[in-house]
Design a protein around this ligand. Structure first.
Ligand code: CA
Length: 430
């Protein structure tokens, strides 16, 4: 061990002497492409991101302004963007931090908004009037800073310890994108909207997914860490008897997106982690939303890990951890026309979580699952789910009508649990 430390120290000194930043001796991953068999994003020509970029389109960025310039309005020019240090999306063009008060306009305040839309006086109509108009204008001001469009043929990688804070990275109607080795943190919505008719009690609706794929094809997301770090929703107040949520999804895949691989990533400390297909009526998603999720960690996630409509989604070798005392609803959400193929996933939960809690179905009909480990014991999610839900909820059949064509080696859930704990997330590319 001492010898290794000495070698590391010498290497570090050489780096300093040559003016190479700390960590620059790590392998350059910026032109990596997806392996030919690595999940759905490998189908139909594969995913290369910005690997073809010429030197003029390789950017190292350290501020929001530089990142925006490098993203080039979502252009399709092959480009590689390396993020260095921490970039805060909530900044003005001079790099000054903007907080919620800086965006608020038209007289908007939370207090006045609540007073205007109190269900006891406002009722259940859609919000409207001066405070809602002011909220919308304020929200638009924030959106113009935090929503960042990622175009086709782009690779975004984090350098050592890189963090993108407060941003919603959006791959919209674009093809061939890679996002790797990056921590995405706290896409915080300053201006949630009240929706009186959601779920019977009404609910707060927030706007920003840390990473949103809409109409996106050939996307490889690898070794990212996405969380609400800094602003847990559990610490937000309750307004109108509902948690005043500040975050939407960590990684939502909607709007006819297709051919996506999400690997070795960490999704943590969040309510609704991953939505694949956002509406039962989005029938244009039929035949699309093909996604592979492997070797990811979902820790302290309340729900949607993922929740799926329509898609052929291969979920293998993932690790799910529900810590003691954390809120939990379910992990695998089986919704309209979804055909999830789940293999060798490991779940670790406190005693009050039961096997039947791991799956929730709305309108779902099928789920393939094998090799599931629950607190160290092999279980059959399907038989338990069906046994517990013999009442009003329809049973799920095991026949999803497809077999995943592209994947790497599939390990036992026990092996995956061990490997993912040590290897998933930003900063852990071997
Ligand atoms: Ca969303």
């Amino acid at each position: 061990m001492r010898r290794i430390l000495q070698v590391a120290a010498v290497t570090g000194l050489l780096g300093l002497a040559l003016g190479v930043p700390a960590g620059a001796d790590a392998r350059d991953i910026s032109r990596d492409t997806l392996a030919a068999d690595d999940g759905w994003a490998a189908a139909g020509g594969g995913t290369t991101g910005g690997a073809a970029a010429d030197e003029a389109h390789v950017h190292t960025v350290t501020s929001r302004a530089e990142l925006v310039r490098a993203l080039d309005g979502g252009s399709a020019t092959p480009k590689i963007i390396k993020i260095a240090g921490t970039i805060d999306a909530n900044t003005d063009d001079d790099g000054h931090h903007l907080d919620c008060d800086d965006y608020a306009t038209g007289g908007y305040t939370v207090k006045k908004y609540l007073a205007a839309h109190d269900p006891r006086t406002w009722g259940s109509a859609k919000p409207g009037g001066p405070q809602e108009e002011a909220r919308q204008a304020s929200a638009a001001a924030q959106a113009s800073r935090v929503e960042l469009l990622v175009g086709s043929n782009t690779t975004i990688v984090g350098l050592k310890n890189a963090v993108l804070k407060g941003a919603s990275l959006q791959v919209k109607n674009a093809d061939n994108v890679i996002v790797r080795n990056l921590e995405l943190r706290d896409a915080y919505d300053c201006f949630p909207v009240w929706q009186p008719n959601t779920g019977g009690l009404g609910d707060w609706k927030t706007s920003y997914d840390t990473l949103w794929l809409s109409g996106a094809t050939h996307v490889w997301v690898d070794h990212i860490t996405a969380s609400d770090k800094g602003h847990p929703d559990a610490e937000e107040p309750f307004y109108f008897a509902r948690n005043y949520l500040r975050h939407d999804g960590l990684l939502d895949i909607t709007g006819g997106s297709d051919l996506v691989t999400v690997s070795w990533s960490r999704f943590a400390d969040h309510d609704k982690a991953m939505l694949i297909g956002n509406s039962d009526s989005a029938t244009g998603d039929r035949g699309k939303l093909r996604v592979t999720l492997h070797h990811n960690e979902f820790e302290s996630v309340v729900q949607r890990a993922p929740r799926v409509r329509f898609g052929q989604v291969h979920v293998y070798n993932n690790r799910y951890v529900v810590p003691e005392g954390s809120e939990y609803r379910y992990s695998l959400g089986v919704s309209t026309e979804s055909v999830v193929y789940a293999e060798n996933n490991a779940f670790t939960t406190p005693a009050h979580v039961e096997v039947a809690d791991l799956v929730k179905s709305w309108n779902g009909t099928a789920l393939h699952q094998t090799g599931t480990l629950f607190n160290g014991f092999p279980v059959d999610l399907l038989s338990i789910y069906n046994a517990y839900n013999s009442g009003s909820e329809r049973d799920l059949t095991a026949d999803v009508g497809w077999t995943p064509p592209l994947h790497g080696r599939i390990d036992s859930a026990r092996q995956a649990d061990h490997d993912v704990e040590r290897g998933a997330g930003a900063g852990r590319i071997p």
